[in-house]
Design a protein around this ligand. Sequence first.
Ligand SMILES: Nc1ncnc2c1ncn2[C@@H]1O[C@H](COP(=O)(O)OP(=O)(O)OP(=O)(O)O)[C@@H](O)[C@H]1O
Length: 248
Amino acid sequence: MTNTNTILYLDGVSVSFDGFRAINNLSLVLDRGEMRAIIGPNGAGKTTMMDIITGKTRPDTGTVYFDGTHDLTRYDEADIAMLGIGRKFQKPTVFESHTVEDNIALSLKGPRTVLSTLLNRRSADDARRIDEILATIRLEERRDELACNLSHGQKQWLEIGMLLAQDPKLLLVDEPVAGMTDAETEETVRLLKDVAKRHSVIVVEHDMHFVRELGVKVTCLHEGSVLSEGSLDHVSQDPRVIEVYLGR
Ligand SMILES: Nc1ncnc2c1ncn2[C@@H]1O[C@H](COP(=O)(O)OP(=O)(O)OP(=O)(O)O)[C@@H](O)[C@H]1O
């Protein structure tokens, strides 16, 4: 059992692929409402950790609890999404031939037919929710634009909006600013801070300038375990982190 202030609890988690330990006795605790940045060199186990949280990979040993009593090792990917964990992969996958607004409408949680969504038969609640999400993802002005006409950065924001439409308790965001312009990166900092007011968030990112701007607690993974954790200043001054990651 975990503390009620904890949204995600991993303890002693290990997984091996063909005898290679990609995750090695990993423990991590995320508070409800917390945003955490995960850093670490290539192959540190960041993606595998996300795969374990979302049920794509099952750990060999260890405990993974979500939102109190849900033992995630017992659920499959679809169940875990229903429990309230949303994941954004690095490459944006939006419905290119639909408008920005329809991309959000099609992603809203709850029973709706695609046809009624596209015919614009929306409840006042849905319309309000869509407006709210479009404001959060900075795309209000572009709501009638086809998604294919958005910049790479705006597509990333739209996909974050599609996740928000599912109203997840925890969002996992993989390298959101890779390929973004500096201005988009700065805006993404503000966007994620807004998202984190109402959701718990885990962000994996290599861009240290971005991580610094986020101003949140940082966990550095290495060889499948936590190497260092704390403020970015604390972690980036840790000689072990400098040796395996930042000093390279
Ligand atoms: N399905 C798999 N089969 C075999 N090895 C795997 C598998 N998935 C991951 N690995 C190995 O596990 C280790 C951790 O990989 P992972 O992708 O989790 O690292 P990462 O921290 O996300 O790296 P990057 O920053 O490059 O994305 C790597 O050595 C990788 O080759």
